[in-house]
Design a protein around this ligand. Structure first.
Ligand code: ADP
Length: 698
């Protein structure tokens, strides 16, 4: 018995099944009451036939429900059978309220309430009301016509009390079952909530541990890299170490992205503010992007407002993530053309401002209809393009970027033209910690720059930058314009590329001019030591200010030094400089002339040997990397000559490769010493003091 009860009403049985079973038990009880009542009241035979058919159909569908598990459907069919067939028929048979019809109508109604759902339930309700009302109307009309009472006392009892009792029992049992069911369900839900909280906590711990495990070695690599960068290493090695540290930073950014995504379910980004130096922050980002673009044909330009306050307060890690995500996308989705980063400020108050940045690219662009969903999770706009160009991504970067910008109460926008390019711009409010400008030059009024570059974008960004820094500047297109600008006498520096120096320059005019030649090189160009100074592209107010400020500092220091020290002057000494790069030749010649040397120059090994045959020199400076006869061959050829002085003349090699092995190799090849390019005046003086016979020194 208990087993059967458990099987029908146990806690593991679904609620609809329990209610169905309660309904069916009560149907049978109602049947028992109806049959007993009908015997007592001596109903017609037709009533028993109809009830018998009803009982058979009821039992059949109970069995069908138990077998197939289709309790909804079975209860619906049972309701149909009773509401539409069996009990309306019994009304027709007896024609008064003496058929226990109300009892079965209401049982059908309760079955509808407690078991059925959705559409079936709505249809059952309609059937219930239509069938019930039409039956009542039918009985009422029939009784009035025939002049018989609608019910007598005993029928009132049977048709009202019996349904009320049985239906009340049905409601009570079903309600109790529902309460028990919901209690079990809510305790189950509580348990699974606890379980999922536990899992969530272990996920957080796991992520934290993983983050720590990845960050620790990554930091070790980065610190080792930083240490190497602070050492005296060759440019090549420096570049490679930069690659390594930048890649580490990129990995950490990806890790941060993943952490934001998996940790912050509601993307609740916690802003952690600290003070930071804008210069190193931007330098880091610019350096990372220019290294990424090193082997690509995409050009990278940067304009930074030199008057942005130098120290700010904000969540520097997150802001960096925003810059890197947007710039990385620009790099990823731009195959040719250029990328321009602009950082300016707006809404400047005493202690706060808005940092505005925009990144313009000439990449694949985005279709207008796709712009609306761009910042949603996992949205990759143009899968076909991404796949055909093999551009990898998760579709998470922009949604995380937007969450971060939103957390700062900032704004992010995008404009794009498909197949032409995009502009992503964002505003981030920042507090000001030190209002001194980011890139200020002390004596900017005394400076003047001539710009010579074939790249139109570069010229325009550079001109804007120099003007913003209050430095006089002019752009020249050819040697005539350059000569005219030099003649004006107001320009102190020439910013020029190697191509322009070789192509559109009047070298003799340039050599005679009192102007500092600043070579603008790409990050991956080998440093051949040409020019008086070098600036690595992209040029911005950051590296330009650093350059001018260090130059001013150096000049001040060397002026002081010159006053303090006895200035070295040689007397009656002759030097020869052999170098195939005209600019370098010019620089070395100028330095030696300033020391008092009579200088001869040769632009190849062959012409150096010819000169040595006809002239006598007290010291030689020979470049190592020359086309044709290299430095070592030239030295050997000169040493081998039989003109006496050549065997013992001090020979200093000029080399851009300052690494220890290379130096030793040159000494072994017969050079007395080496001078690293770019040539430093102090080091050159030191060589002269060391190797020139004492009687030639003053
Ligand atoms: P993904 O990892 O795919 O780059 P993002 O969320 O960073 O994810 O970017 C979402 C999508 O937006 C990208 O898949 C790309 O289709 C489009 N997109 C983002 N930046 C650019 C851009 N500078 N130029 C063109 N399409 C872009």
């Amino acid at each position: 018995m208990q087993k059967t009860l458990k099987k029908w009403f146990g806690p593991d049985i679904p609620l609809e099944v329990i209610n169905f079973n309660i309904g069916m038990v009560l149907f049978y009880i109602a049947y028992a009451v109806a049959i007993a009542g009908s015997f007592y009241l001596q109903f017609s035979r037709a009533f028993y036939y109809v009830s018998g058919v009803g009982m058979v159909l009821l039992s059949f569908f109970i069995g069908y429900a138990a077998q197939s598990g289709k309790y909804q459907l079975s209860s619906f069919i049972i309701v149909l059978i009773f509401e539409l067939l069996i009990f309306p028929l019994s009304y027709f048979i007896d024609g008064r309220f003496i058929s226990f019809s109300l009892l079965f109508y209401f049982l059908g109604f309760l079955l509808t309430v407690f078991v059925q759902e959705g559409k079936l339930r709505s249809i059952s309700y309609i059937i219930f009301w239509v069938s019930w009302i039409s039956s009542v109307i039918f009985v009422y009309i029939r009784c009035s016509r025939m002049g018989i009472p609608l019910f007598d006392d005993i029928h009132v009892f049977i048709d009202i009390v019996a349904p009320v009792v049985i239906c009340a029992l049905c409601s009570i049992f079903c309600t109790l079952a529902s309460i028990r069911y919901y209690e079990t369900e809510s305790s189950k839900a509580e348990e699974s909530r606890k379980e999922s909280d536990e899992m969530e906590r272990s996920k957080d711990v796991f992520l934290m541990n993983m983050s720590h495990e990845i960050r620790t070695p990554m930091n070790a690599i980065m610190s080792a890299g930083e240490i190497m960068l602070s050492k005296d290493i060759s440019d090549d090695t420096r570049q490679n170490v930069h690659h390594i540290t930048n890649a580490c930073r990129a990995l950490i950014t990806t890790l941060d992205d993943l952490l934001v995504f998996s940790n912050d379910d509601n993307r609740k980004i916690i802003v952690q503010e600290s003070e930071y130096e804008l210069e190193s922050f931007l330098d880091d980002i610019i350096n990372m992007i220019s290294v990424r673009l090193m082997s690509s044909e995409v050009k990278f330009y940067v304009y930074v407002d030199p008057y942005i306050p130098r120290r700010l307060i904000g969540d520097v890690i997150r802001i960096r993530q925003v810059f890197i995500n947007i710039l990385n996308n620009a790099v990823k989705y731009t195959g040719h053309g250029h990328i321009i980063l602009r950082v300016v400020m707006s809404d400047v108050k005493e202690d706060s401002m808005i940092m505005h940045a925009d990144v313009t690219d000439t990449g694949i662009g985005i279709k207008e209809e796709k712009l609306a969903t761009l910042f949603e999770d996992f949205v990759r706009v143009d899968d076909n393009v991404n796949e055909s160009l093999k551009i990898e991504g998760s579709g998470l970067g922009l949604s995380i970027t937007k969450s971060i910008v939103d957390a700062f109460n900032g704004e992010i926008n995008v404009k794009s033209v498909y197949n032409k390019g995009s502009v992503f711009s964002f505003d981030i409010p920042q507090k000001i910690s030190d209002p001194k400008p980011l890139a200020k030059i002390e004596r900017s009024k005394e400076l003047g720059v001539i710009i010579c570059d074939d790249d139109e974008n570069m010229k325009s960004v550079l001109k804007d930058t120099l003007r913003a820094m209050k430095i006089r500047c002019t752009v020249v297109e050819n040697s005539d314009e350059m000569n005219n600008a030099i003649k004006e006498g107001v320009y102190t520096h020439l910013f020029i590329t190697q191509e322009c120096l070789e192509g559109s320059c009047d070298l003799p005019v340039l050599m005679g001019a009192n102007i500092v030649i600043v070579m603008m090189r790409n990050v991956d160009d080998p440093d051949d030591g040409s020019g008086d100074a070098r600036l690595v592209k992209p040029l911005s107010c950051l590296n330009i200010a650093r350059y001018f400020n260090s130059e001013i500092e150096q000049t001040e220091r060397s002026e002081e030094k010159e006053e303090e020290e006895h200035r070295l002057i040689v007397s009656g000494a002759r030097a020869m400089v052999v170098e195939d790069n005209m600019t370098n030749l010019m620089v070395a010649e100028r330095l030696l002339t300033r020391m008092g040397f009579e200088v001869s120059t040769a632009n190849s090994g062959g012409s150096a040997v010819s000169l040595a045959k006809v002239m006598h020199f007290d010291i030689l400076f020979i470049d190592y990397m020359m086309t044709g006869m290299n430095g070592i061959d030239t030295l050997r050829a000169i040493r081998k000559m039989d003109s006496g002085w050549t065997a013992g003349v001090p020979c200093i090699v000029l080399t851009a490769d300052a690494h220890e092995g290379a130096k030793q190799m040159l000494i072994n090849a017969g050079f007395d010493d080496y001078l690293a390019k770019p040539i430093d005046m102090g080091e050159m003086e030191y060589m002269v003091r060391k190797y020139l016979p004492g009687e030639l020194l003053i």
